[in-house]
Design a protein around this ligand. Structure first.
Ligand SMILES: Cc1cc2nc3c(=O)[nH]c(=O)nc-3n(C[C@H](O)[C@H](O)[C@H](O)COP(=O)(O)OP(=O)(O)OC[C@H]3O[C@@H](n4cnc5c(N)ncnc54)[C@H](O)[C@@H]3O)c2cc1C
Length: 457
């Protein structure tokens, strides 16, 4: 008896790890030659480049638990204390984002009118509009300036998305819940701060690992040992009365069948829709979920060639700052130690997303010139970089748009009509690494509950 897991990204690895811990035999089928999915770290010429995610934050208790379990705590590195500071570009200059209520009142990021509007938040009434976008929610509760100079760049930095297209209910459900429960985001935040559990394992800090984020999926893969099959794309799923039949294609082109009692798919939605499986459910809402392209450009410079002190996490560029094309730039060598050789700095810049999808697909030379032009103006970068690494994600992050309710309904229908098939991944309940892990763990738990008789064979 066993469970098949499709995809060895962090969601798939977590599902497999959790099941293995309960003594359930698992087999992970991964299309590419590596595990980790979007999590990939690479060291070249002394620069440690992250292809996808750069940092972790404990969004739940699962991530710290797995890190402890795998004895990775000693390999973890916390973000530097100055990384608490984040810059947002205003009128062509990086301005520190206010981090306390008082600094919101003194910041040059907002006008006096914008600050007054912010102070009115507790007096704004609730809305029952379940289809509200993030932009409309924020404009209504906090005002236009907070949307333009805090939320828009933040959404660009996390989702590579546009607040006018994302659903507040699906992308930032906590905000909507705060409004419903407390009538105000301010009151909700005060309440949350008071109730923060002291027993939780969660740390509020941002962290990574000395050798990069790939340390985590690598350790999980090692713990799973021989049950991970690489270069094994799943092409079709069928089910008879007893088992799931999963067809994969081997490197030599031959089709191979695997048999499982349950299957957890953790592949992105556009890949799921391409797998041949018997479904009387209309899958087109899954195919329509936007995954806009994102280019990541890692550039190394001599420290003296960057005028800005780089004393922060990084810099985000709001859409309203129309002279610039980049979404944002991480000050990677400030954030974590060991990201650049002595005397040099590493800057990781993001281009594309919903804002500039075409730029996300451009060649290295074009991306490089776009990025350099912006960094020269914003950070006072001089000369040419000593190091360049370009990574392109043709389909990066799923956007939780206003149609996401329909997407969730399709997922529920697929699961209810296909007993033993479970879906997990970053499209379910959050796009962070921790969220994707939680969705994998939830799928594993559902399998365990549904199959009490599972035994190793
Ligand atoms: C540029 C970028 C920056 C990011 N920054 C952060 C950050 O700083 N912090 C953070 O928390 N999150 C960040 N994220 C988001 C986070 O990295 C992802 O949401 C998360 O890693 C997704 O994990 P997953 O397992 O759901 O999907 P994936 O990592 O996409 O894994 C899916 C796996 O399925 C495999 N697969 C696909 N089709 C098949 C098939 N037919 N058969 C078998 N296998 C298949 C794929 O090869 C892949 O390995 C970032 C993402 C990007 C792109």
């Amino acid at each position: 008896m066993s469970v098949g897991i499709i995809g060895a990204g962090i969601a798939g690895l977590t599902a497999a790890y959790k099941l293995q811990q309960e003594g359930v035999p698992v087999r992970v089928l991964e299309a590419t030659s590596e595990t980790g999915g979007m999590i990939r770290s690479e060291t070249v010429d002394g620069f440690l480049v992250e292809h996808g995610p750069n940092s972790l934050r404990d969004t739940n208790d699962l991530l710290p638990e797995i890190i402890d379990d795998l004895e990775l705590r000693d390999h973890a590195v916390e973000a530097s204390a100055v990384a608490r500071k984040r810059f947002v570009v205003k009128d062509g200059t990086p301005v520190p984002l206010p981090m306390s209520p008082l600094s919101f009142l003194t910041t040059s990021l907002l006008s006096a009118k914008g600050k007054l509007r912010l102070l009115m938040e507790p007096f704004i009434g609730r809305s029952n509009d379940e289809t509200e976008t993030v932009a409309s929610f924020v404009r209504r509760r906090l005002g236009r300036e907070i949307l333009d100079y805090a939320v828009d760049p933040f959404v660009g930095g996390i989702f590579a998305g546009d607040p006018a297209q994302l659903s507040v209910r699906h992308a930032f459900s906590r905000l909507q819940e705060m409004e419903k429960e407390h009538g105000s985001l301010f009151r909700g935040m005060i309440h949350a701060a008071r109730n923060r559990s002291s027993s939780s394992k969660r740390s509020r800090s941002i962290y990574s690992f000395r050798d990069g984020l790939e340390t985590l999926p690598r350790a999980m893969t090692d713990a799973l040992d021989a049950s991970v099959h690489l270069s094994t794309p799943v092409e079709a799923l069928r089910r008879d009365d007893q088992r799931w039949h999963v067809a994969t294609r081997d490197a030599d082109g031959a089709t191979r069948m695997h048999f499982f009692d349950a299957v957890i798919s953790t592949v992105p939605l556009y890949r799921l829709a391409a797998i041949d499986f018997p479904s009387d459910v209309d899958l087109s809402p899954l195919e329509r979920v936007p995954y806009p392209p994102v280019s990541v450009l890692a550039l190394g410079f001599d420290r003296d060639d960057v005028e800005h002190p780089l004393d922060g996490f990084g810099m985000l560029v709001p859409k309203v700052e129309q002279d610039f094309n980049i979404l944002g730039c991480l000050f990677s060598s400030t954030l974590f130690p060991g990201r650049a050789p002595d005397g040099q700095v590493l800057l990781t810049t993001f281009v594309g997303g919903t804002r500039h999808p075409k730029m996300g697909l451009e060649e290295t030379s074009e991306v490089r010139s776009t990025v350099l032009q912006d960094l020269r103006q914003l950070l006072g970068v001089r000369g040419q970089p000593n190091f360049v690494r370009h990574i392109q994600w043709q389909r990066a992050i799923p956007q939780y748009t206003q149609d996401h309710g329909q997407v969730r309904a399709v997922i529920d229908r697929i699961e209810s009509r296909n007993p033993g098939l479970h879906l997990a991944g970053n499209y379910r309940s959050g796009i962070s690494v921790g969220d994707a892990m939680e969705s994998g763990a939830d799928a594993a738990e559902t399998v365990l509950k549904g199959m009490p008789s599972l035994t190793a064979s």
